[in-house]
Design a protein around this ligand. Structure first.
Ligand SMILES: [Zn+2]
Length: 159
């Protein structure tokens, strides 16, 4: 797995900016798979983790509230002969999960990379015959010195 390029990340950020704001919620009821903006749902109930356990879909809504809809033959996941339907269920859930999680993931990646830039010693590693890095006091051969791994990560960032 290779790191995303700067262009790919820019494209992803622009796409997320164009899409209606999250969070999004996937509903799956009587053969109708939909992805809604959570704020458009009514009578929402949640469990102690904040997960939606009950909702009603609105009778009137904007196009930007109902983001995806697909009719399928099966009513429940895993029903016999429903493999394609389950694939469509997974795609709907991926859409919602991607919109919900990617902005935070991108921000987290930026924080981690900034931290790596600040923590990484630009000085080269020097290994003894055990593979331990002397200047950085790293006493394992595997994984290698974290400064070497961090420099690699930061080089990929600018590639
Ligand atoms: Zn080192």
């Amino acid at each position: 797995m290779t790191a995303p390029t700067a262009d790919q990340l820019d494209e992803l950020r622009e796409l997320l900016d164009r899409l209606p704001a999250g969070p999004w919620h996937t509903t799956d009821c009587e053969g109708r798979i939909e992805v809604w903006q959570e704020s458009a749902l009514t009578r929402v109930t949640r469990d102690e983790h904040g997960e939606i356990t009950g909702y009603s879909t609105p009778s009137a809504y904007l196009a930007s509230h109902l983001l995806y809809e697909r009719y399928v033959d099966t009513w429940d996941r895993g029903e016999r002969d429903g493999e394609d339907d389950d694939l469509r269920r997974d795609i709907a859930e991926l859409l919602a999960a991607a919109r919900n999680v990617l902005p935070g993931l991108l921000a987290e990646m930026e924080r981690v990379r900034a931290l790596a830039r600040d923590l990484t010693d630009p000085g080269e590693c020097r290994y003894d015959h055990h593979g331990h890095c002397q200047p950085h006091g790293w006493t394992q051969a595997e994984p290698r010195c974290p400064h070497a791994r961090a420099r690699e990560l930061l080089r990929e960032e600018t590639a």
